[in-house]
Design a protein around this ligand. Structure first.
Ligand code: NAD
Ligand code: DAU
Length: 347
């Protein structure tokens, strides 16, 4: 089976690629990634020479290139993760998100449709999406698979649109698809624009920790390795034309999470307890900031027997250890363009 994984050099994609390459020697895994600021081949150094792995640099927005690629490799299945993924950047430049997340997804769907017409079973377009498509919750309730879409940021609107196109291609052209909507991931290799790695990096460098608004926003955190396991299960055992919510059963208010992170960092860096907390700085809120996300993951839990393997405290500790042992990776991705982004976003 030839499997195309898009966005495999990014945070979640690299964990998915590694899992598939190592576990399924009978599959040929093709990792297509444009290597934007968020993509990094260092994430996959350990598997780059595996026989069943190939990297292809390219843009999902390039229709001719995508068509030629499908013609050449006759992909049986696609696991589509490539996206612009950061909410704050989507507020600065919404169109970049429409291009990659909507047009790019449609390009892939068109190519999949064109080159898979006469194939039988064992083909599937698996679209990786987010819980942000559901908008925001109040203080109570959970997102289920039947919660109405109500996106509030340009990022989540673009992901919602891509979900709708995948579903529409399934209904209109009979493409066998599956979609999963996951909550906030954390873990090794996450680009330090997202809350946890950004704050880890700032604590290491004794820089302020910019908490948006009053910090009373809630997210449901999942360790990235557990997301990769869920993707494996859904890819192999999920039902066609279904969606699956994936979550951590693990809600944290941002401010509580940041305090836990500070305490773990003080411990690991052998600093006086309370040192890192002093770096917390409340800053201007994110526009359209969703108050609370929380996933009802009972469908995947019951039908595919999936549940997170680590507690948040364990996952966070492993994550910090990874960043502390990979300072060169961190320095590499925070030099150059990152500095400009940081100034624009936080000054
Ligand atoms: P990421 O930003 O770390 O990685 C995205 C990858 O896509 C990068 O390697 C980048 O180079 C690549 N890419 C971007 N534009 C491309 C293009 N035009 N052509 C080819 N490749 C391109 O993102 P992530 O956090 O790993 O998220 C991966 C997917 O999972 C996204 O679709 C995102 O919406 C979804 N998701 C993320 C989370 C999360 O918490 N990070 C949660 C739920 C769902
Ligand atoms: O819910 C899934 C989504 O989680 C994914 O689809 C997105 O790709 C991913 O980026 C993430 O979106 P969030 O906006 O929830 O993640 P982020 O890490 O940017 O922010 C988490 C929370 O922390 C959010 O309430 C905003 C807040 N925050 C974030 C940053 C970067 C701060 O208070 N300060 C910050 O500097």
């Amino acid at each position: 089976m030839n499997i195309l994984i898009t966005g495999g050099a990014g945070f979640i994609g690299s964990h998915v690629v590694r899992r598939f390459v190592k576990k399924y020697k009978e599959y040929n895994i093709y990792n297509l990634d444009l290597l934007t600021y968020a993509g990094n081949l260092e994430n996959l150094k350990d598997i780059e020479n595996e026989e069943n792995y190939s990297f292809i640099k390219g843009d999902i927005n390039d229709e001719n290139f995508i068509n030629a690629l499908f013609f050449k490799y006759k992909f049986d299945c696609v696991i589509h993760l490539a996206a612009e993924s950061h909410v704050d950047r989507s507020i600065i430049d919404p169109l970049a998100f429409v291009k990659t997340n909507v047009f790019g997804t449609i390009n892939l769907l068109n190519a999949f449709k064109k080159h898979n017409q006469n194939k039988g079973q064992n083909r599937r377009f698996y679209h990786i999406s987010t819980d942000e498509v559901y908008g925001t919750l109040g203080q109570t309730g959970l997102f289920t698979e039947s919660t109405a879409y109500s996106p509030n940021s340009p990022y989540s609107a673009s992901k919602a649109s891509s979900d709708h196109f995948v579903r529409a291609y399934g209904e209109t052209y009979g493409i066998p698809y599956v979609i999963s909507n996951c909550s906030n991931n954390y873990g090794p290799n996450q680009f330090p624009e997202k809350l946890i790695p950004l704050f880890i990096n700032n604590i290491i460098n004794n820089k302020p920790l910019p908490v948006y608004g009053d910090g009373n926003y809630t997210r449901d955190w999942l360790y990235v390795i557990d997301h990769a396991l869920a993707i494996d299960l859904i890819f192999h055992k999920g039902e066609n034309h279904e969606t699956y919510n994936i979550g951590g059963f693990n809600e944290w208010k941002n401010i509580d999470l940041v305090k836990l992170l500070c305490a773990q960092m003080d411990d690991k860096l052998e600093r006086e307890p309370g040192t890192s907390e002093k770096l917390i700085t409340f800053v201007k809120d994110r526009p359209g900031h969703d108050l609370r996300y929380a996933i009802d993951a009972s469908k995947i839990n019951k039908s595919l027997d999936w549940k997170p393997s680590v507690t948040f405290e364990q996952g966070l500790s492993k994550t910090i250890d990874w960043y502390l042992s990979n300072k060169l990776w961190l320095e590499g991705v925070t030099s150059g363009a990152y500095k400009n982004y940081y100034l624009k976003q936080y000054s």
